[in-house]
Design a protein around this ligand. Structure first.
Ligand SMILES: [Zn+2]
Length: 547
């Protein structure tokens, strides 16, 4: 059940307790020259222990795994003590400033340039400031547990409002974060974005969902889009049986659908960033696909989190052999939830499956590395830029696509083995209960992240067959084999057809003819009763069939 409330802003207070003797770190973000794509930042540190203050610009950002060196856009850096007298800093590496000679207080000011609207970087112009925290905010080592205060000073005359998962205060331009990890996880959009809000009942809770959409479309288009998002949000809940306990009881979709944006989506604990150069009018389903993917991450990766990413290291590459699960399974559920929510048709989902299966069965990279090994390449392929050429066409398969194909294979295999009694939804729910639901010692942390062994153990428990789980991981995740998609898909009334003439099976071949997965109706016959039942339990709304 859902209720939509239009154009009503909720202020939900959840003030984090201030740790005694630990002055908050205070940030002030101002915009003297937005037309020059720049932002002015002042940070105040008090109650500092003796010794150098180790200031850092991040080199990595959760969810985009390349090393970025955000320090490249920082300039005009100055340091002062508590009374405004200049302090000196040693600058041993590009992202490090060690401020010396202070007596307990340091104020750092700098300017930063940003001209890329996406989920990873920073963009400032006359219409908005679109901020990914690691790309913009300097921070100090050793102060990670301190609370943080953030104040925004929009350009004179601009009627910018703030959209963020940061904790609101009484002043609409002043926010807080309980600690460093939560601050870094909190993107901010300052603009005249249109706002829509709806609530969904979830047991004892009623979380508030907000859409802040900076776009060139109409109010009517946004109203329709909001209704679509509401269906996705409701259907995603069915997989896990409940929403995560969002900090502040709210979740914010920050969308920039602007001709000068770069297509992207980025997950966070209580928000996501959605960017595209297209519009609701031109690309509604494409934008909804990203909504579905990023919202699924509120469970899978934000709270059901690989141990390798917890806590995130902002100074180094973060390597995880589990991204085939964190990204790949999310890539499977994104379009599946659109289908279950009735936003797409069975043929649309078949086209998604065709892409997944074609990519993994024909990519030469599969001869080189497993899905686990591909995941560990993320820092080299996800947002990385090179001057020289890489040979990834022949040595790499995206862990998004391969992982989605594994999820498809595992979902069908579980359903096939159990006659529909056990599904991938049960597996996701089991992982949620063990690794996500217990939460963390502080907002922004996960206390019980998973390992590869945990994923296999959960599959053994859900399937009731440890030998099956061991074999599945050995062959399809740590090995390079593919499940028999053709046989499994046949159970749901799908056929695998060659796209080019000649024989094709959705099996092991590297390269070879491409295939299309189509419903049997398109191949000239009606599905049998068994096929119809199998397909319905898989692709129809789980709120209706209760699986
Ligand atoms: Zn993702």
């Amino acid at each position: 059940m859902a209720r939509r409330i239009l154009r009503v802003a909720f202020v939900l207070l959840w003030a984090p307790a201030l740790a005694l003797g630990q002055a908050p770190v205070s940030y002030r973000l101002s915009f003297p020259e937005p037309e020059h794509r720049s932002m002015q930042i002042r940070i105040r540190f008090d109650d500092l222990p003796p010794g150098p203050l180790e200031l850092r610009m991040s080199r990595s950002s959760p969810g985009r795994y390349a090393v970025h060196d955000f320090a490249k856009n920082v300039y005009d850096v100055r340091f002062a003590d508590g009374r405004g007298a200049a302090l000196r800093a040693i600058h041993p590496r590009p992202h490090e400033w060690n401020v010396i000679g202070h007596t307990g207080s340091v104020e750092v000011t700098y300017r930063i340039f940003g001209d890329r609207v996406d989920g990873t970087y920073l963009a400032i112009d006359g219409t908005h400031a679109h901020i990914n925290a690691p790309a913009a905010l300097m921070w100090a080592r050793g102060l990670e547990a301190r609370p943080v205060a953030v104040r925004f000073l929009p350009p004179a005359g601009a009627s910018w409002r703030v959209a963020t998962q940061l904790v609101p205060g009484a002043d609409p331009l002043a926010y807080t974060a309980p600690n460093f990890q939560y601050l870094m996880d909190s993107p901010v959009e300052l603009s005249g974005a249109a706002l829509r809000t709806f609530t969904v009942r979830d047991g004892p809770r009623t979380p508030v969902f907000r859409l802040a959409v900076h776009h060139t479309g109409t109010d009517a288009e946004l109203d329709t889009f909001t209704a679509d998002v509401e269906r996705i949000v409701g259907e995603a809940r069915q997989v896990f049986g409940e929403y995560p306990p969002f900090e502040g009881n709210s979740y914010t979709f920050i969308a920039d659908y602007l001709p000068w944006a770069v297509g992207d989506g980025m997950e966070h604990r209580n928000s996501s960033v959605l960017t595209s150069a297209s519009s609701i009018r031109s690309n509604r389903l494409g934008l909804l696909d990203t909504v579905s993917h990023e919202f699924f991450h509120a469970w899978n990766v934000e709270r059901i989190r690989p141990r390798a990413l917890e806590p995130f290291d902002f100074e180094e590459a973060n390597v995880s052999g589990e991204l085939w699960f964190a990204e790949g399974f999310t890539s499977y559920y994104g379009p599946l939830i659109l289908r279950r929510a009735g936003l797409t048709q069975t043929a649309d989902f078949a086209a998604e499956m065709t892409d997944m299966v074609n990519t993994v069965r024909t990519s030469p990279g599969r001869q080189v590395r497993s899905a686990e090994e591909m995941s560990r390449l993320a820092p080299l392929v996800d947002g990385a830029a090179y001057v020289d050429r890489a040979n990834f066409d022949n040595t790499y398969v995206s862990y998004y696509t391969w992982g989605a194909a594994i999820a498809l294979g595992l979902d069908l295999t579980l359903r096939d083995r159990s006659n529909g009694r056990v599904t991938l939804d049960h597996y996701m729910r089991a992982l949620w209960e063990t690794h996500g639901k217990p939460g963390g010692k502080a907002p922004g942390y996960v206390d019980n992240p998973y390992t590869m062994a945990d994923l296999e153990a959960a599959l053994a428990a859900v399937s009731g067959d440890a030998a099956f789980a061991d074999d599945f991981f050995a062959r399809y995740i740590q090995g390079r084999e593919l499940v028999d998609y053709e046989r499994l898909l046949a159970r749901a009334g799908f056929v695998v057809q060659p796209v080019s003439p000649g024989q094709a099976r959705a099996g092991q071949p590297i390269a070879g003819p491409r295939i299309a997965i189509v419903p049997v109706e398109q191949a000239g016959r009606e599905p049998t009763a068994d096929e119809r039942r199998f397909r319905e339990r898989w692709l129809s709304s789980t709120s209706r069939n209760g699986s």
